[in-house]
Design a protein around this ligand. Structure first.
Ligand code: GDP
Ligand code: MG
Length: 826
């Protein structure tokens, strides 16, 4: 707990002092040291400051400052004991000082760490290696959009690591920058690990200079050390660490080399045994330094702010015109003179340096970096042609780039379809045999029907597509990890500009092929809100892997010879529609705005098998999870609604007819045929009279013009939960009509006839259905992701509305014109 939470009269043992440089130093000098005992003399709620007794002195601390000291108290001890052993409060003994000391000692060995660094410098790889987590690693910027926490132990210390989104800087321009800054200043990590890409030092150290300004305790991980060595560049990282005031440890986070050393260094820094650790001031040059000093003095004199915030940092940020910091300063009483001073200083600087303040700071930072590098870094003069340059000669070539891109995508679908067909057959075989087994050994009744038709039919119908989805993910993650995805975005940049977007929006769109939900979250990296919104709104048109089962089923059944071409066409249709919608949205909803942006092309890196495997494994788990959850529930529900009520007026008539036929005096062969037909009609009647039949019939009129019967209509309705459910619904609804129950779903669909004896499915209807499934209603999870990101219900509803209308229009056009031509030529 925090020291400020202790009540009058209570005592606590200090676990650690958080917060930054000068403040920490003073607090520690006052005697607030790990393991020392503090007693509260006076802590009235709402009253500031609080009086404490420590080492026989009386000290008063501001509430906010006391909140930065972590303690253990007897009360807290009692509470945890009670929770652990479930003993009544009166039998509890107060812990002895020794016991408390012990707890404080253990708690003091928990180190909170934040990973901060540029995008794509290897933070998540480091995080995964250290904590054993399986977070997504990708070779382009903007993969991590949320903070992830992991735990890891070494040398008796426990590390709580937070993997933060990558940022180039800590200004207040993008959501991630603010997020990272907020995390540092509010969550108070004990140590920041600044991950820098050793092959790109100059740019990576820019962020480091800002962390230095914030005065955080820091260890620098000199990551991608392998690339530095491969290029035969020389870096004296010890000296550079000394110059920066934070120790530097070389690491290769892909293989884990150096990570143990890194955390050893973190312990040294945490325990303040690291000699290189010191707070340095980056020298911004006379003009800027003078301005900083003026504002700092004013800050000290005029207003009363928490000790824990660096005055120098505030002054620099004020001069840079940082809106967040300005807001903060404005919220302090009597801050007017400070802002006036700032304005005065800014004008002086601009007159003197002939550039605006912010640029002056940026230039000074880069000046500092190049100075530090000049002393420590020696670049290999013999410029070798790197593999990346060689590969890019082809892959980002003006003429060849696009065909290559199309080829890779085509290859991906071909693999998804053709390679996936083999394991799919095996799983189908297993599902079929389980069904047959249950059918043979269970006595007839609703439970058997539920098991065979509902659960095995529904879940089994979808689970067979697991291999296809894994292959698709394998390809996507290979493209992401190798760095090709960033090139794809680069190649697409021109087309994206035509949509009023830029290449950066392309990555969330491609990610949408996997799943729309993380893709929509990845849109966060797009700086401009309008572009971001458009990217989010068109993302559901990217055909996610949940739609794949529907395509594989229908394309395999009705276009067996051209299945991958159909698949490719569907994905392409999604993209074309996305382009059109983006243009519409740009024109009517989000007017143009120009945000210049640089797209980074990271060097190609061979993905590790492990990282791809982990990615696929995570996806498989998610898919199976979905099977056990939403798809299982939906299957049971649909079965239930389709099974009941068991009785209708007509069923009596059919039963009578069957009985009559049985007794009739005709050859057995004919008898069986007639009875089969009546049975078939009875089944159709039963399904139509079931609850789901009524629901389906109610919506059928809307979907009839697209060629869909009521069963397809029902499956589209249930597919709103998750699109795989379309398949499981078809599978449940099209069971039991044929005598041979063990027929595969594809055959069942191909042969199904309605009461009038017409085929329910034709290739044209299948095509119309696939298009509809592609476009209509993004699943519930996607809608909630959109609502989350757009921060308004309105946009969720908007997406539902526009996708449904668009789906209807496209399917209508395809079905009706198709029909027209079929009639014309028949
Ligand atoms: P993040 O964006 O900072 O989280 O970076 P990631 O952990 O996602 O890694 C970006 C890319 O760099 C991936 O392709 C990693 O495989 C690769 N990578 C990470 N660390 C190293 C390293 O030390 N050496 C090399 N050569 N590649 C690395
Ligand atoms: Mg990351």
């Amino acid at each position: 707990m925090k020291l400020s939470d202790l009540r009058t009269g209570e005592k606590g043992i200090i676990v650690k002092v958080m917060g930054r440089g000068a403040f920490r130093k003073r607090i520690i000098e006052m005697g607030f040291i790990k393991g020392k005992e503090v007693t509260v003399i006076q802590n009235a709620p709402l009253k500031d400051p609080i009086h404490y007794k420590i080492m026989d002195y009386d000290v008063s601390l501001r509430r906010n400052d006391a909140a930065l000291i972590e303690v253990v108290s007897a009360a807290e001890f009692a509470e945890t004991q009670q929770k652990k052993q479930n003993i009544s409060p009166d039998t509890l003994t107060t812990p002895s000082n020794d016991e408390l000391q012990k707890i404080a000692f253990h708690k003091g060995k928990i180190i909170n760490i934040a990973l901060v660094g540029n995008p794509n410098c290897g933070k998540t790889s480091l995080f995964n290696f250290a904590s054993g987590a399986h977070e997504h690693v990708g070779n382009y910027s903007g993969v991590t959009v949320d903070a992830k926490e992991g735990i890891f132990m070494q040398n008796g210390y426990t590390f709580r690591i937070v993997d933060l989104p990558g940022t180039y800087s800590l200004s207040a321009y993008t959501p991630e920058e603010l997020y990272v800054r907020k995390h540092i200043s509010e969550a108070h990590p004990d140590v920041v690990i600044n991950v820098v890409d050793a092959s790109n030092l100059e740019r990576n150290l820019y962020l480091t200079t800002q962390l230095i300004d914030m005065d955080t305790r820091m260890v620098i991980a000199l990551n991608m050390y392998d690339e530095l060595e491969r290029r035969a560049n020389k870096l004296d990282h010890r000296t550079l660490g000394k110059l920066l005031g934070s120790p530097m440890v070389p690491t290769i986070s892909r293989t884990g080399w150096g990570i143990e050393n890194l955390f050893d260094k973190v312990i040294e820094v945490y325990e303040e045994q690291e000699p290189d650790l010191r707070h340095i001031h980056i020298n911004y040059g006379d003009a800027l330094e003078k301005a900083i000093t003026c504002i700092k003095n004013k800050l000290n004199k005029e207003v009363d702010i928490e000790k824990n915030i660096s005055r120098r940092y505030l002054s620099i940020k004020l001069l840079e015109g940082d809106p967040e910091i300005e807001k903060f300063v404005k919220s302090i009483p009597n801050s007017q003179p400070i802002l006036e001073e700032r304005d005065k200083q800014c004008i002086q600087i601009e007159n003197l340096l002939k550039e605006d303040c912010e640029t002056a700071f940026t230039n000074a930072r880069y000046g500092f970096i190049s100075g530090a590098l000049r002393e420590t870094f020696e670049e290999n003069k013999i410029q070798q042609v790197t593999n990346t340059q060689l590969i890019d000669l082809f892959l980002t070539n003006k003429v060849l780039g696009f065909p290559f891109f199309i080829f890779f995508i085509w290859l991906m679908f071909e693999a998804t379809f053709r390679l996936g067909a083999y394991p799919m057959e095996w799983i189908e075989w297993i599902v079929e045999h389980i069904g047959n087994f249950v059918r043979a050994y269970m006595s007839d009744g609703p439970v058997k029907d539920l098991l065979v038709d509902g659960i095995i039919g529904g879940v089994g119908g979808v689970i067979v597509f697991l291999p296809n989805i894994l292959i698709l993910y394998c390809c996507i993650s290979f493209m992401e990890d190798s760095g090709y995805m960033a090139r794809a975005a680069f190649i697409m940049d021109k087309i994206m500009h035509k949509m009023g977007l830029h290449g950066k929006s392309f990555i969330p769109l491609i990610m949408g092929f996997g799943c729309n939900v993380p893709a929509i979250m990845a849109s966060r990296t797009i700086e401009s809100r309008n572009s971001r919104m458009i990217t989010i709104l068109i993302n559901p048109l990217m055909s996610c892997s949940a739609r794949l089962p529907v395509y594989v089923l229908l394309a395999g059944a009705f276009f067996p010879n051209n299945a991958s071409a159909v698949l490719f066409g569907l994905y392409a249709t999604g993209i074309v529609l996305a382009v059109l919608m983006a243009r519409l949205f740009r024109k009517f909803l989000f007017k143009k705005e120009d945000v210049p942006f640089v797209m980074e092309l990271p060097p190609y890196r061979l993905p590790t098998a492990k990282s791809i495997f982990i990615h696929m494994w995570e996806k498989a788990k998610q898919y199976l999870h979905k099977m056990g959850g939403v798809i299982l529930i939906a299957s049971i529900l649909i079965w239930f609604l389709g099974y009941f009520p068991r009785h209708s007026e007509k069923s009596d008539i059919y039963n009578q007819q069957i009985a009559q036929t049985e007794q009739a005096d005709i050859p057995t062969e004919d008898k069986e045929k007639i009875m089969g037909e009546i049975e078939h009609l009875k089944n159709i009647d039963h399904q139509e009279n079931s609850y789901i039949g009524h629901i389906g019939k109610a919506i059928e009129p809307i979907l009839r013009p697209l060629g869909f019967d009521w069963k397809i209509s029902v499956s589209l309705l249930t597919g709103m939960a998750a699109k795989e459910v379309v398949v499981s619904t078809l599978s449940v609804l099209y069971t039991g009509e044929s005598d041979e129950n063990s027929q595969s779903l594809q055959d069942r669909l191909k042969e199904n006839k309605n009461a009038a004896g017409e085929l329910t499915f034709t290739p044209l209807i299948a095509l119309s259905l696939m298009l509809f499934v592609l476009i209509y209603f993004p699943c519930i999870a996607t809608v909630s992701a959109i609502i989350n990101e757009a921060k308004s219900w309105k946009w969720g509803l908007f997406v539902i509305g526009y996708t449904c209308v668009l789906a209807w229009i496209v399917s209508f056009i395809v079905y009706q014109t198709g029909n027209f031509f079929i009639h014309l030529f028949s």
